[in-house]
Design a protein around this ligand. Structure first.
Ligand code: CTP
Ligand code: MG
Length: 238
């Protein structure tokens, strides 16, 4: 584990994590939401939360889960003193907003919030520290991202209409790190907008320009059945 310690700009600046975990995992086609599937002896979400806890920077971690979720209360980690349960929402953005609301009393507008998908269990403490170190003096914040190894095509139907300049295209990962007040306002103002598929896009809609910070390629999002074996392989390599 990477155990560097930070000296944030303002000694009182706090860090919170928000973990949206209220999805149903449609593309995974399993008998339960993908965050509760087993991976190397634990559920996906347990790995994710243990890694956030290992980063040793968060004042609290808010986890947004569906109100009909029978799996979450059975996990010991749901009772951890730093973990707070929030009700999930219709879309990912609604779940994130719900997580922000549950920590309202503890957070000030300038505190940093790192939003991290429950479905990304391979996140490393090192990448969390690197994101924080890279953005701590930034006005807006930003996200972990990856360049695309493949050539990228623009298509209409199945016809290629162009080739994108790869140097300008990055894949958005999580965590995504923003100031509490800015993120909450941006998500509130974009509620119901289907174009908001991550946290950065809500800030972009405000005319802001979040930064990208190059992350590790093993920080995959479990999406389809084959991703579980891949995540297990990456964990063994880490
Ligand atoms: N999520 C959430 N609330 C929602 C939808 C998604 O908290 N209403 C969470 C998921 O649990 C996941 C993260 O957002 O941790 C990223 O979403 P995604 O990978 O799309 O997960 P699902 O929506 O569960 O999967 P699918 O789109 O295949 O149904
Ligand atoms: Mg989804």
């Amino acid at each position: 584990m990477n155990s560097r310690h930070f000296l944030p700009m303002t000694p009182s600046t706090k860090f919170f994590a928000i973990v949206p975990a209220a999805g149903v995992g449609k593309r995974m086609q399993a008998d339960r939401p993908k965050q509760y599937l087993e991976l190397a002896g634990k559920t996906v979400i347990e790995h994710t939360l243990l890694r956030l806890l290992q980063a040793d920077v968060f004042t609290a971690i808010a986890v947004a889960v569906s109100e009909e979720d029978p799996y979450w209360p059975d996990l010991a980690v749901s009772q951890h003193q730093l973990i707070i349960t929030a009700p999930g929402g219709k879309e990912r953005a609604d779940s994130v907003l719900s997580g922000l609301k549950i920590i309202r009393e503890q957070a000030s507008d300038d505190d940093w919030v790192l939003v991290h998908d429950a479905a990304r269990p391979c996140i490393t403490a090192g990448d969390i520290h690197y994101l924080i170190d890279s953005l701590i003096n930034d006005d807006v914040g930003g996200i972990l991202a990856l360049a695309s190894p493949d050539t990228l095509k623009q298509v209409q139907g199945h016809a290629i209409t162009g080739t994108l300049d790869r140097s300008h295209i990055w894949r958005a990962l999580t965590p995504q790190m923003f100031r509490y007040g800015m993120l909450k306002a941006a998500l509130e103002q974009s509620q119901g907008n289907p174009a908001i598929t991550d946290d950065a896009s809500a800030l972009e809609l405000q005319g802001l320009q979040p930064k990208i910070v190059e992350g590790r390629p093993d920080n995959i999002k479990i999406t389809r059945p084959e991703d579980l074996a891949l995540a297990q392989f990456y964990m063994e390599q880490q």
